[in-house]
Design a protein around this ligand. Structure first.
Ligand SMILES: [Zn+2]
Length: 316
């Protein structure tokens, strides 16, 4: 079982008794993972899908018992999913559904194919609710690497605003979260072990947190030894000059993500730099149409280096 599944199974079993918390969890689930469609009858329907059976069960229970929402469950096990099972919860749009959503402050306004929600701040006055909101976000859209592999936790969604809000909420809790855009998906991610541990604590994954911390201690000892061994050899490395640094950044981007990941005007200068590693900025600028001064060229190459850094940080 993946570490993600382990964490989700664990937190799917946390009992919630207060309606406020259940509301916050469902709210996060629909905000992050919900797909909304306007039906022919004019009502908004919503669906979420997950590979985690415990989580699907938890959602159905809460929606039916606490909020008189009646999702229908679709179980999909196709070859395309490579043996995985996908559970989809469909909330059919009907007057009763919208009243139920509206009653609990989930759905404030319906505008074409979008459902607008009450801002999360209004829902999360209490600490219990805040935790529930973050838990819901992780349940529907989150994943975490096994700590033995690398420190990486992320929550991905196509809803940009929701991801930015979540990231802000986490940052206010002193968690080092960042946002990156990947192919029309927005990802809030955490790389720092300490922050991932805090996150697991907040969502109530205490058992998984213990396993995480144990592995972190063992890895820490291993790293200390490696650091001492590597110290000398690292010092021998020569400082690389700007051009070879830029060439390395460009090659990294092209080899791993393709040229297209860069904006058009950056692609042009990237190719020119690769072809002319020994040119000065002024000389490179002369090759552009229209020509460009050295500070402009410098600025664009800096942008490319920054992009490479961001990509590396995210995937590293
Ligand atoms: Zn609460």
């Amino acid at each position: 079982m993946s570490f993600s599944s382990q964490v989700k199974n664990e937190i799917s079993k946390i009992p919630l008794s207060d309606n406020c918390c259940i509301l916050c969890e469902i709210s996060a689930v629909l905000r992050m993972g919900g797909h909304f469609h306007k039906q022919d009858n004019g009502y908004i329907s919503s669906s979420i899908s997950t590979e985690n059976a415990s989580f699907a069960r938890r959602m159905i229970t809460h929606m039916v018992h606490n909020f008189t929402l009646h999702p229908s469950l679709l179980v999909n096990k196709s070859k395309k999913l490579k043996g995985h099972t996908l559970y989809s919860l469909d909330i059919k749009g009907a007057h009763a559904t919208e009243v139920a959503l509206g009653d609990v402050g989930l759905l404030q306004l319906v505008d074409k194919n979008r459902a607008l929600f009450v801002p999360p701040e209004e829902l999360m006055g209490k600490e219990c609710c805040l935790k529930s909101y973050i838990r819901g976000a992780f349940l529907v859209s989150g994943s975490i690497n096994h700590p033995e592999k690398s420190y990486h936790l992320e929550i991905a969604s196509s809803h940009e605003r929701e991801i930015n809000t979540l990231c802000k909420i986490l940052q206010e809790l002193d968690i080092k979260a960042k946002v990156i855009e990947r192919k029309s998906n927005y990802i809030c991610y955490i790389k720092e072990a300490e922050s991932i541990a805090d996150f697991l604590n907040i969502i109530g994954a205490h058992h998984s947190l213990m396993e995480f911390e144990n592995i972190r201690i063992i890895k820490g000892i291993r790293n200390d030894v490696n650091r001492i061994v590597n110290f000398e050899s690292a010092n021998l490395d020569k400082t690389v000059n700007a051009s070879s640094r830029q060439v390395a950044a460009i090659k990294y981007i092209i080899n791993n993500f393709g040229l297209e990941v860069m904006k058009k005007h950056l692609q042009v200068i990237a190719i020119l730099r690769l072809e002319n590693p020994h040119f000065t900025y002024t000389e490179l600028g002369q090759l552009l149409t229209p020509t460009m001064g050295k500070s402009g060229v410098n600025h664009r190459l800096k942008k490319i280096e920054q992009l490479a850094e961001q990509l590396k940080e995210y995937h590293g």
